[in-house]
Ligand binder design. Structure first.
Ligand SMILES: Cc1cc2nc3c(=O)[nH]c(=O)nc-3n(C[C@H](O)[C@H](O)[C@H](O)COP(=O)(O)O)c2cc1C
Ligand code: SF4
Ligand code: SF4
Length: 412
């Protein structure tokens, strides 16, 4: 069995699979279910400090609305939910908050005690707001309740729609002010959860580190609009958070960029996990631990156990001794455009097997470099022009008809 434990900001977690902050972590019982399913940590639903001190009046009706869109961009249910689904939804971020913050902190403390019995952790989460005093007071209370780590959600996709209620805009300066103040108020590690709606998550991460942050969670979802063309209006009545496994490459890209820009700064991956393969991608990009929300909402807590087992199986099958062995390996293997030009293996040419070619003409249509030519009922590649772009191989309907060969001899 491979070693699944990871160290994140000085704390040893029994495994890197965490439940992300959201509806599946919004009560004591739900946090317990995440712990029972084997999660290395459970990040509690973010608490909206501003809403407890008169800066916001609680809404009488729920805001929550969950909608999963399929490959045709229309709502799907049950067995029709595909792997790369879109989660288009609004959280019940406001109405669930308890009036009494002490009650929530008490439950978190109790949940941490329960988690300790399974060698797991509860991470306290605070929803970023303009009311910094509320946030620091809340952070202190969470620390006193026995929590060992905090996360501050500055990435909520819906804040643009809640700015007038005290939510923070996603500008870097807000991140730094909040991080500095919260980190001054507690001695436990504070992670800042980033938003992809920010211009440069790597630069922000660097700033977060400079003002005392222990690490970043990369990243939350985005705000978007999905339109029901049959009824000429948005699904679920308007704007919502947009996420789901299709977003994984964007999240992975930022994790990789942050790990290069701020080497050694702990990154917890979030946004886009469907299964253990996606977790492996996050690690290979540079994340030390990985959080999951949407797929827990869709598949239930049991997917956590499957994900942990899948990760373990992968490490064993590939001969890795630990999760640590794969952290950042793909980021290190990634080369820039200049290096690509100098890498002989990068230079390839397409070759058409005349025995297999059925002269359907598809490759001729999509060779954007005019390298594919037709000759006597079969397609042929002009080696001197071919860029090795793969597009003919992508469209060719005949398996194995187009292959690539190295063009190392052309490299100076
Ligand atoms: C319904 C819902 C509620 C969420 N609530 C919170 C929250 O309170 N605090 C927070 O930091 N993130 C929240 N998130 C964001 C998730 O923690 C997670 O970062 C995001 O959904 C991307 O990960 P995923 O692809 O695993 O869902 C919420 C997400 C969803 C879908
Ligand atoms: S690899 Fe690209 S450039 Fe070369 S023949 Fe195929 S489509 Fe054309
Ligand atoms: S797409 Fe394939 S089968 Fe069709 S013409 Fe090109 S090489 Fe031949």
């Amino acid at each position: 069995m491979a070693e699944l434990s990871v160290e994140v900001a000085g704390i040893k977690f029994k495994n890197p699979i965490w439940v992300a902050s959201g509806e599946p972590t919004s009560t004591y019982d739900k946090i317990k279910r995440g712990i029972d399913a084997g999660a290395g940590a459970v990040v509690a639903k973010s608490y909206c400090a501003a809403y407890t001190t008169g800066h916001e009046t609680k809404r009488p009706f729920p805001l929550a609305k969950f909608c999963i869109l399929g490959y045709d961009r229309k709502p799907v249910t049950g067995k029709n939910i595909p792997k790369f689904y879109t989660n288009y939804c609004r959280s019940g971020v406001i109405q669930w908050c308890r009036d009494d913050e002490d009650q929530w902190v008490e439950l978190l403390g109790k949940a941490q005690k329960y988690a300790s019995q399974s060698d797991s952790y509860v991470v306290g989460s605070i929803f970023g707001s303009k009311v910094i005093d509320d946030m620091t007071r809340f952070a202190k209370k969470m620390e006193q309740a026995g929590l060992k780590m905090l996360e501050v959600d500055l990435g909520c996709p819906n804040v643009e729609k809640m700015v007038e209620k005290g939510a923070l805009l996603k500008v870097a300066q807000d991140y730094f002010t909040v991080t500095r103040e919260i980190c001054k108020s507690v001695s436990i590690p504070v992670f800042i959860k980033l938003s992809p709606q920010q211009a440069d998550l790597a630069a922000t991460s660097k700033g977060v580190k400079e003002v005392g942050g222990a690490g970043v969670t990369c990243m939350n979802r985005v705000l978007g609009l999905a339109i029901d063309i049959d009824n000429a209006r948005p699904f679920i009545w308007g704007w919502a958070g947009v996420g789901g496994p299709w977003m994984l490459p964007i999240s992975i890209g930022w994790v990789s960029r942050i790990s290069e820009t701020v080497p050694g700064f702990p990154i917890v991956g979030s946004n886009g996990v469907y299964d253990w393969q996606d977790v492996v991608q996050f690690h290979m990009a540079g994340a030390s631990a990985v959080q999951i929300c949407s797929t827990v909402m869709v598949k239930g807590y049991s997917m956590l156990k499957q994900t942990i087992e899948g990760l373990n199986g992968f490490l064993n099958a590939k001969g890795y001794r630990s999760v640590q062995d794969i952290i950042g390996v793909a980021t290190k293997a990634s080369i820039n455009y200049d290096q690509m030009y100098r890498t002989p293996e990068y230079r390839e040419k397409a070759v058409v097997d005349p025995e297999k070619c059925i002269d359907c003409g598809k490759c001729l249509e999509v060779c954007w470099f005019e390298a594919m030519q037709e000759n006597d009922g079969v397609c042929q590649v002009d080696e001197n022009i071919c860029q090795g772009c793969y597009n003919c191989r992508v469209v060719c309907p005949i398996e194995g008809c187009v292959t690539m060969k190295p063009a190392a001899s052309l490299v100076k």
